[in-house]
Every structure is written in C-alpha cells, then in structure tokens.
Design a binder for this molecule. Structure first.
Ligand SMILES: NC(=O)C1=CN([C@@H]2O[C@H](COP(=O)(O)OP(=O)(O)OC[C@H]3O[C@@H](n4cnc5c(N)ncnc54)[C@H](OP(=O)(O)O)[C@@H]3O)[C@@H](O)[C@H]2O)C=CC1
Ligand SMILES: CC(=O)N[C@@H](CCC(=O)OP(=O)(O)O)C(=O)O
Length: 345
C-alpha cells in the first residue's frame, strides 16, 4: 500500500513517518510539503539520517490521485477544507489530523475555529475516528476526521460512565494539561522556552476549540449531555496530556464497581489500559506510545468520581490514532505497527 503524508515537516507528520515507514502493510511513504519542494527530508529532521532518503514533493492533487492509496493530512486548520473535497470522487482514502472535519455542524466549526468551514456535503461524508467507540463506521470510511488530542483523552475517560448514565450529565468538569508539542513545531511567544519553563499556564478559557468536539461525542453516547466545563493548561513538558475529570455520581457506586465497568467497556480495546484501585497513570507512562491509560476513584464524601486519563498527544492524540484508524479502514489488525511499549523514563 502507498501512503502520502501532507505536512510531513511538522510534528504530527514526522510521527506518522516514524510509524508508517516501518508498517508491514506500507510499501512506500510519499512526503509532501507546501514550502520545501525537492529538499531532502533529513534537512528538516537530521535525526532521520540514514533512515530516510526521501525528498519532499510538491502538493499536486492529480499526482496524489495516481500515486497514493491513503493520504494523511497533518496540516493546520483550513488546509483540509481545501484539499479533502478534491479527493471525494477518487479512490484515495483521506485521514485528516486537523479539526476541519470533526464537527458535524458547519456553524459550530465557524464559531469555535473562527474560520470558514468546508461544505456541509463534505462534513456529512466524514467519519469521526475515535477508534474505540466508532469501529463499525471507521471500517467503511473513505474520509476520516481524526480526533483532537484533548478530546481523545477526555472522551475515552468519560465514555463508560456517560454511556451507562452513572454520572450526572450536567456535572462534568474537565481539567486538562498538555505538553508543548501540542502547539506544533513553529515557535511562538506562548511556547517560547522562557515562557514555559518552570511555569504552568491556563489558556483559551471557555474558548477552546475542543469543547464542542467533546460535547458532540458525549452527546452521541448519551443525549442528556449538553454542556461541559473544560479547561486546558500548558505544562513545561514536551509530550503528554492528562485529563483530570470530575463528575457527580447518580447513585453511590464504589471505586471497585466503576473500575469493573471500565474494564468490561474496554475489554476489546488493546490500547486502553485501566489501572487497579488506587493506581493513577502519569503522562510518562504512555510517552511515545498509542496507549490511553485510565485510573479513577470515588470520593465518598462528595459522591463524585475523579477520573484520570493520559495519552501522548502526538501518538494516541494524533499520529498513533491516525494509524490505528488506517489499520481499521483497511482491514488490518488494529495494533499493526503500533503495539510497542512507551519510552521510559
Ligand atoms: N501536535 C499535536 O499534538 C496535535 C496536532 N493535531 C493537529 O494536527 C495538525 C498538524 O499539527 P502539527 O504537526 O502539530 O503542526 P506543525 O505546525 O508541526 O506542522 C504542520 C505542517 O503543515 C504544513 N503546512 C503548513 N501550511 C500548509 C499549507 N497551506 N498547505 C499544506 N501544508 C501546510 C507545514 O509543512 P510545510 O511547510 O512543509 O508544508 C507544517 O510542517 C494540526 O491541524 C493540529 O491541530 C491534532 C492532534 C494533536
Ligand atoms: C499546546 C497547544 O496549543 N495545543 C493545541 C492542541 C490543539 C490541536 O492540536 O488542534 P486541533 O486538534 O484543533 O487540530 C491547543 O490547545 O489548541
């Protein structure tokens, strides 16, 4: 199978390359750039020296239609809006890592992303690719919207209790933290070393573009979920997301009972690992891997549950889940090329 990566010079793109260049069902990776055509890929990433002799190619839709079977878009918002519709009538399957195709309502995308949305006819064709929750649709998808990093950690952390109505749907609060690579490779004042080092910052308060994505997915699981409180913090670390989630229980459930619910909900999900009682995952325990690790504990004094869900933002939060979806879309075992241990320490 031949795959193309648009945005190969970015963080999501190079993570896709790391996995796909060793994937047993991928014969060739073709790497595209909007700014560095005919330039060796190792100029962008010297750590790939000897591991890549690729040159970056121009983004040419007709050439892509003839040469790739699956095209990954690891590009900023707005790029997929222009590119994806051009492939709808072709045989090329698209996996979009950006937020352009995730929201079902055009008006919501425009309100939260503050940019024009793709046509509604294209949104209708896009399948939301949270691999663990939507496998049957993903198997048939031709146009796939890969979930955002915070939504992946949050939705996986909440799905069992939301679906089974074990928490009050109006009581959900998400307190999430991310590493700086979530902001991509380009530097900005917000991600400058001296702004981030020995610092913790809250950002996009009540305005984060992932809020409607989480609400949309939870609403599919349980239509009583409407609005959640969701906050994001930038941490002095390179990779990782931790979503600490709080919600009121609808009855008095024990920690053991809820852990059993999670273990059975994710019984057939090889990348979701549920911790035992009194064990909570840290971001380092999933670093560089496609795992989502979840721990939880009931607070009997308040009858609320605290759920902790961690992922690597570039893996399960982006490239890893994109490859998991690639596997599902093409009938491969979903762990193919992805089932390796996190890097530790
Ligand atoms: N970083 C993360 O943890 C996550 C990122 N995402 C999403 O994935 C996408 C990629 O993110 P990330 O890799 O971090 O971002 P980066 O900024 O690191 O990389 C984006 C790449 O897109 C390419 N690009 C820029 N403008 C255009 C254009 N007009 N047309 C085609 N290509 C373009 C650039 O490459 P070149 O100049 O060579 O074309 C660049 O290398 C984004 O939409 C992001 O929101 C989703 C989940 C997590
Ligand atoms: C640290 C940081 O800035 N992270 C980004 C991650 C979002 C992202 O990757 O964008 P989409 O998922 O919407 O495509 C943010 O919080 O906006």
């Amino acid at each position: 199978m031949k795959v193309g990566i648009v945005g190969a010079t970015g963080y999501g793109g190079v993570e896709l390359y790391r996995i796909l260049s060793k994937h047993p069902h991928v014969d060739e990776c073709i790497l595209y750039s909007s700014s560095e055509v005919d330039v060796p890929y190792i100029n962008s990433f010297p750590h790939l020296n000897e591991l890549s002799d690729h040159k970056l190619k121009n983004i040419d839709v007709e050439e892509m239609k003839n040469n790739v079977d699956v095209l990954f878009l690891a590009t900023p918002p707005g790029v997929s809006r222009n590119l994806s519709p051009q492939f709808i009538e072709s045989n090329v399957k698209i996996i979009d890592l950006s937020g352009d195709l995730r929201l079902k309502k055009k008006s919501e995308y425009e309100a939260w992303y503050k940019r024009p949305c793709v046509d509604e006819s294209v949104l209708e064709k896009a399948v939301y690719g949270l691999s663990e929750l939507n496998k049957a649709e993903i198997e048939k998808a031709k146009l796939l919207a890969n979930p955002g990093c915070f939504p992946t950690a949050t939705i996986l952390g909440l799905a069992p209790v939301v679906k089974q109505k074990l928490v009050n749907e109006q009581s959900i609060i998400v307190d999430a933290k991310t590493g700086v690579s979530g902001a991509g490779r380009n530097a900005s004042q917000a991600t400058h070393y001296s702004e981030i080092n020995e610092n913790v910052k809250i950002y996009k308060v009540h305005e984060h573009q992932h809020i409607p994505e989480v609400e949309q997915a939870l609403h599919v699981l349980n239509n009583a979920v409407t609005c959640i409180s969701f906050h994001t913090h930038l941490m002095p670390m390179t990779r990782g997301i931790m979503a600490t989630i709080y919600a009121s229980l609808t009855d008095s459930y024990s920690t053991e009972a809820l852990l059993d619910v999670y273990k059975s909900f994710y019984e057939h999900s090889p990348f979701v690992r549920i911790r035992n009682k009194n064990e909570f995952p840290s971001t380092k325990e999933v670093y560089g891997s496609n795992f989502c690790d979840i721990g939880l504990k009931v607070d009997e004094r308040t009858n609320r549950v605290t759920i902790v869900s961690v992922i690597d933002n570039l893996m399960k939060g982006a490239a890893g889940q994109a490859v998991q979806n690639f596997n599902i879309m093409n009938g491969f075992e979903e762990t193919t090329g992805l089932y390796f241990a996190p890097i530790y320490p």
